[in-house]
Ligand binder design. Structure first.
Ligand code: M6P
Ligand code: ZN
Length: 193
């Protein structure tokens, strides 16, 4: 064992989506994530009007980033759409063989996953439901509701985040609103190698 840490108590506010104490807090605004949406044109239109909304934010309790530890925290995805596509996280693969879980605390949304063979899996999340991401599956969360979508997550501290594949190829599916319905459809920009 490399270091012996002191046990700590962490307080999660399910309604506000806060974690105390936290080490990392990040707000992701549209300008940072615009390339991940299927319609960059719609994103640019919003930005050109001088708006740069927060799409999601998260705070993480990190005891230590050495192997054997867990990072945990809460993500809030705001309600909204870029064109027809619902607000979502960028999505990533883990650099190591590492799982993750998402436990919904408030609102509703989807956990979209995809493996290296291009197989897709979608889990609906509402308060009390947990989506388990096995090692090897890229993952993104999407707010399909009208309020904030808030969930608790945990993953091995040394998992690592790989955004390259998602940024360059996207996911095979996108989640859009059509005729007031949530629809999971083929991503027109998805490139298979
Ligand atoms: C969750 C966790 C974090 C991740 C965040 C945002 O909070 O999985 O590890 O960073 O979602 O997702 P992304 O990094 O894909 O933008
Ligand atoms: Zn992850």
């Amino acid at each position: 064992m490399s270091e012996l840490l002191k046990p700590e108590k962490v307080i999660i506010d399910f309604k506000k989506g806060t974690v105390q104490p936290y080490k990392r807090k990040k707000e992701v605004r549209l300008s940072e994530i615009k390339e991940y949406f299927s319609s960059i044109e719609d994103a640019e239109k919003i930005l050109s009007r001088g708006r740069d909304p927060i799409i999601y934010e998260y705070s993480e309790y990190i005891a230590s980033e050495t192997s054997g530890n867990l990072n945990l925290g809460v993500t809030i995805i705001y309600p909204g759409k870029i064109g027809k596509e619902y607000y979502m996280t960028k999505g990533h693969f883990h650099e190591k063989d590492a799982a993750e879980f998402y436990l919904c605390l408030k609102g509703k949304g989807l956990l979209l996953m995809q493996n290296e063979n291009g197989e897709v899996s979608v889990i609906e999340l509402e308060p009390g439901s947990l989506g388990y991401v096995p090692p090897g599956w890229g993952h993104r969360t999407i707010n399909t509701g009208r309020g904030k979508f808030i969930f608790f997550f945990a993953y091995p501290s040394d998992a690592g985040h790989d955004y390259l594949i998602v940024k360059e190829k996207g996911f095979a599916k996108i989640v859009i609103e059509e005729n007031k319905q949530v629809r999971i459809v083929d991503n027109p920009r998805y490139q298979k190698t």
